[in-house]
Ligand binder design. Sequence first.
Ligand code: HEC
Ligand code: HEC
Ligand code: HEC
Ligand code: HEC
Ligand code: HEC
Ligand code: HEC
Length: 233
Amino acid sequence: MKHTILHFFLLLAAVIPLSAGVAAAQQPLGKCATDCHTDIQAVLPKNHMTVEGEDNISSCMQCHLPSSETLKDTRVFSAKVHKKHFGEKKLQCSYCHIIQKGVSFALPGRESIGVPDEQTLGFLPEITAEWAQSPFLSAVHSAKDVACSPCHGVDKLPLLDDKPANNACFACHVSYEQLAAKTPGKDHPTRNPHNSHLGPINCTVCHKAHEVSVNYCLDCHKFDMNPIPAGKQ
Ligand code: HEC
Ligand code: HEC
Ligand code: HEC
Ligand code: HEC
Ligand code: HEC
Ligand code: HEC
């Protein structure tokens, strides 16, 4: 009897991790050389070190460690890799990231950077393609190799309803005072979007990153102001 119970538990122990493993498995990572880059070395920057190892993104991750803890770092490597793969050609995030819906979003050998639900996973390729190439403010940033992290938080997967706080913008754009010094109204210096009776409000009241930006001052005022970047033309 004892023996059968032991047997039962041994069996259970063998079966549970297996079934959990099956439920968790995602499709294998994309094979960069097999699928597209027969000569991977040819698409890397000039004089780049020789890349060896598995035929997927993990061969890059051997050397490209997370580069920074600060929002000021643009994350050039991340920006370059994402721009190339969400321009004309659009890959799935799971081509390079190990994704478990509702559980994790990671790179091989790295910790998870977020917990995406199904809706978010459906939306991310669209917004990443828009960041890579669009008339909106996020694309002004991708052109300068600013990845998602500088605005959304270091190594944090942006989720639906994410709204960066002013501090993220100040990592590069410093302060309201410095901005105001650059943006007095043309003939009327007091018509300054960055120094007004509204005080230091959220940047995102006016600057939208993934859609058309709007100058909130003009909700109430009819006067002329310099046009807002990436706004309605
Ligand atoms: C043997 C180590 C090594 C491997 C493996 C490696 N890289 Fe690099 N890579 C470097 C170094 C060193 C630089 C110089 C830039 C730096 O300071 O990070 C660099 C720079 C780059 C840059 C320029 C952007 C930047 O951060 O300055 C790109 C793009 C890049 N690598 C892509 C890749 C890709 C794609 C892979 C995988 C196919 C890969 N690398 C694998 C070492 C490596
Ligand atoms: C071609 C491979 C590739 C694909 C496809 C890819 N990524 Fe990445 N991703 C990377 C690499 C490489 C890094 C790590 C860069 C680093 O550590 O600097 C990264 C890092 C990230 C980061 C953290 C750094 C940052 O940019 O803020 C986020 C967020 C991210 N990816 C989101 C996505 C999303 C969302 C998708 C799908 C829409 C996606 N990635 C598709 C290769 C890829
Ligand atoms: C990692 C640094 C970095 C962060 C963080 C950052 N930006 Fe920028 N931003 C830039 C760079 C680089 C440019 C391009 C400047 C240039 O071309 O001279 C830019 C340009 C801009 C412009 C001018 C666009 C144009 O077409 O003239 C606006 C507006 C702007 N950023 C707003 C923001 C807002 C709002 C945030 C926060 C949500 C933010 N930025 C976060 C680096 C950053
Ligand atoms: C009330 C609307 C509004 C708010 C809030 C606002 N901006 Fe602006 N921003 C504008 C307008 C309008 C311009 C264009 C002004 C000009 O060219 O004279 C502008 C221009 C800019 C520029 C380009 C400056 C240059 O060198 O020409 C940057 C960068 C910028 N804003 C960043 C920010 C950041 C960061 C915040 C939050 C701390 C912020 N803005 C808050 C309306 C706003
Ligand atoms: C210049 C700063 C900036 C960069 C770079 C940026 N974002 Fe955003 N993101 C924002 C702001 C600001 C919002 C708030 C909504 C808006 O203003 O468009 C936002 C909102 C979002 C949202 C929530 C959208 C919604 O409708 O709920 C997602 C998801 C997102 N960003 C993903 C990304 C991804 C993925 C990247 C990188 C490929 C990225 N963002 C790069 C500033 C940025
Ligand atoms: C919610 C409505 C509202 C918003 C938004 C708003 N204002 Fe005002 N503003 C007023 C009111 C009300 C007055 C006082 C009555 C008047 O003189 O028009 C005023 C007065 C002013 C004045 C002095 C009078 C004048 O017309 O020269 C300036 C300058 C001004 N605002 C600039 C701004 C700027 C710049 C912004 C955006 C950063 C802004 N306002 C956003 C309502 C608003």
